[in-house]
Design a protein. Structure first.
Length: 195
């Protein structure tokens, strides 16, 4: 474990746990936007994804002043292929290339929601694996969400470590702060206020 990191939240009010759950919800919300489905497509927390023999998993890390973590997005390979935009199908982009971009987009939406709430994060480059018989160990607390889309199920998970300097608070999830695909959220460089 890295110096200063805690594996379990120390705050008695559960603010760190609320942040972790809000982050998972934000990732599921971003997945819904990309897949074109609404919030009703999101399952309750699950312990592990149910994947077919051939599947794909993408991983992307993030870091903030008081948090560290990673996002995992996985689906059956046929679902990955079915979610590729038409332009990528025409140039025959590999499932790995598309899934890396999918992860970037999902975390991009989640980061926007978290930044609005005062939790700015930076991303790492995504890593994607494609294989047969991929398994994820069940975790003590359910940290997976299933998003049920017309093309099939996509599973998302976040693994977050909250540092000792974490200060929590209520999370704003108001839809008026949502961005449309390709949208931008601008901040005034002088005072950090949203424009």
């Amino acid at each position: 474990m890295l110096d200063g990191m805690v594996s379990e939240p120390k705050d008695p009010a559960g603010e760190a746990e609320a942040f972790v759950q809000a982050s998972l919800d934000a990732v599921a919300w971003g997945t819904c936007i990309i897949l074109g489905c609404d919030d009703s497509a999101i399952s309750a927390n699950e312990t592990t994804p149910a994947l077919d023999d051939s599947s794909c998993a993408g991983f992307i890390g993030f870091v903030g002043d008081a948090t560290r973590g990673s996002l995992t997005v996985c689906a059956d390979l046929e679902v990955v292929r079915a979610t590729r935009p038409g332009a990528l199908v025409q140039v025959d982009a590999s499932p790995r290339e598309w899934w890396a971009e999918f992860c970037n987009r999902v975390l991009g939406y989640a980061i926007t929601r978290l930044a609005i709430n005062g939790y700015p994060l930076c991303l790492t480059s995504p890593t994607v694996v494609v294989g047969t018989d991929l398994h994820f160990r069940p975790v003590e607390r359910p940290r997976w969400k299933r998003v049920r889309a017309d093309v099939g199920d996509v599973y998302v998970s976040v693994d977050i470590r909250v540092l000792e300097n974490f200060v929590g608070g209520p999370m704003q999830t108001d839809k008026r702060f949502s961005l449309s695909p390709g949208g931008a959220l601008l901040f005034d460089a002088d005072d950090g206020e949203m424009e």
